[in-house]
Design a binder for this molecule. Structure first.
Ligand code: ATP
Ligand code: MN
Length: 465
């Protein structure tokens, strides 16, 4: 007999039919004559109820069927008499694949703390919460590929190992096969990287953008979606050392087109979640975030507010003047902290905000310079509860301006000669942005800590599993 996934069991309209399900026991309870097993197979957050008539099953067989055990159940699908479910299965045959010793299986009771579950990240997908999060994460990945594919974007795989550290100097993880126990240094105390694996210093990428631009200036519209690495020592609920980033890059897009795409893209993903993850979102809403679907719907229904960094800072300064207390100071020229971003979004505009035209000093060398000589055509999309969810810009397409700005910001030309070449040969206006996949997931799931929306989080001092 073929196994039916529990998700499909609930879709089945015909009852009084034979059925075979397999999964992990969430609970077993009952009395002397009948037992009820709640079984979950990961296909849905909902458990199927297995009814076990003790006349037909021995204590011996049922004994190993405790929380966490894996079993197969063959039986009859019937309309349920109990409340809480529409159908249930009357067991006729039960096979135990694997028991889970109640003394040592860590997931006994409901309501383990998220902190505790992080310590058992190898087992936490067995919980309703992480089952839901894994499924939503999968769905968001599908939404992202679908969105760009439908728009004719080409998915480009940019390298993970890179030898150009122009962007992330100081926050990159080095990749080396040099013997760290016996490092040879020259008379100046420098390491001779010509003896290293790649013949030069190499690192894990912080962004696929530069290579993405090369592709965009040939294929038109492209996106990357892959792992990125940052060795920044920021222990916050919004930063990971290894995270996934979606980076579209579009030829012939100006900053306004870039903003429109970002807004359309996020809304597409949120709509997808509401349409395809209703059960999981309802579960997460009930247990973690009462306003979750309301907030998602709110983002769908409202235009993102667009304003310049300068205007944003004026609003923040006015708030300070009226007595609002921020932890960090704010004035023109400073990078905005999460608290500032959230003030604009949550208190002032009460909807997502896109800030543009940041001071060039706090942004990267490749951003298009404005005529004022002070600002660049950057854009950050700011979201409730999260702060920055997207960072992007129109790129500097002028060879001289780009080269000079790189020099001013101490980016060695020898590392980016290939990047500069795109501006020497057939340059074009173009734009792009980066969306942190886990930041999107924080928003869509309503979880508060980024460690809980990736299966195996990597953060300072944590790389278990
Ligand atoms: P932040 O100021 O929040 O550290 P950033 O300015 O360093 O972000 P970018 O370099 O612009 O971010 O990266 C693009 C996007 O990648 C960000 O908008 C964010 O969604 C995501 N992101 C950046 N750093 C991290 C991180 N350490 N963990 C998870 N996501 C991140
Ligand atoms: Mn950062």
């Amino acid at each position: 007999m073929k196994r039916t996934k529990i998700k499909d069991v609930f879709k089945q309209t015909e009852t009084d039919v034979k059925i075979l399900v397999k999964g992990w026991v969430r609970t077993r309870r009952g009395n002397k004559s009948v037992n009820f097993i709640a079984l979950n197979d990961g296909s849905t957050v909902n458990n199927i109820q297995i009814v076990v008539d003790l006349e037909h099953f021995s204590e011996e067989l049922l004994k190993p069927i405790t929380t966490g055990a894996c079993i197969a159940v063959e039986g009859k699908l019937v309309a349920s008499q109990g409340k809480g479910q529409t159908v249930e299965i009357q067991a006729e045959k039960i096979e135990v694949y694997g028991s889970a010793d109640p003394e040592t299986y860590p997931l006994q009771k409901k309501g383990h703390s998220l902190e505790f579950l992080r310590e058992i990240a190898h087992l936490r997908p067995r919980t309703n919460t992480f089952g839901a999060i894994y499924r939503v994460r999968h769905n968001m990945a599908m939404a992202i590929h679908t969105f760009f594919h439908q728009k004719g974007f080409v998915y480009v795989h940019t390298p993970i190992i890179t030898a150009s550290d122009c962007e992330g100097a100081g926050q990159m993880f080095q990749v080396t096969t040099l013997n760290l126990y016996d490092l040879k240094k020259d008379e100046n105390g420098s390491i001779d990287y010509s003896r290293d694996f790649f013949g030069k210093q190499a690192s894990l990428t912080v962004s696929g953008q530069l290579e993405g631009e090369l592709a965009a200036l040939a294929l038109g519209d492209i996106y990357t979606f892959g792992p990125t690495f940052r060795a920044e020592n920021s222990n916050t609920p919004r930063h990971l050392s290894e995270f996934w980033m979606i980076e579209p890059e579009m030829a012939f897009y100006e900053i306004a087109d870039n903003m429109d795409l970002a807004e359309e893209f996020i809304k597409f993903c949120i709509k997808w979640a509401l349409e395809n993850c209703a059960d999981d979102l309802a579960f997460l809403q009930e247990h973690f975030d009462k306003e979750l679907t309301e907030r998602l719907q709110f983002v769908l229904d409202n235009d993102f507010k667009r304003l310049t960094y300068t205007e944003g800072v004026e609003i923040l300064e006015a708030a300070v003047a009226k007595g609002h207390k921020f932890e960090f100071p704010v004035s023109w020229g400073t990078d905005l902290q999460s608290e500032h971003e959230r003030y604009l979004v949550e208190q002032h505009f009460k909807r997502p905000v896109i800030l543009t035209d940041y001071p060039k000093e706090i942004k990267s060398f490749y951003m298009k310079q404005n005529d004022d000589g002070k600002t660049v055509r950057a854009m950050d999309v700011l979201f409730p509860k999260i702060g920055e969810i997207i960072g992007g810009s129109q790129r500097e397409e002028d060879f001289e301006k780009l080269k000079n700005r790189a020099q001013e910001m101490a980016v060695p030309q020898k590392d980016i000669w290939w990047y500069l070449d795109t501006r020497r040969f057939g340059t074009a206006p173009h734009s792009g942005f980066g969306l942190g996949f886990e930041r999107l997931l924080l928003f869509v799931t309503g979880m508060a800590n980024i460690r809980d929306v990736i299966p195996f989080p990597r953060t300072p001092n944590t790389a278990d599993f």
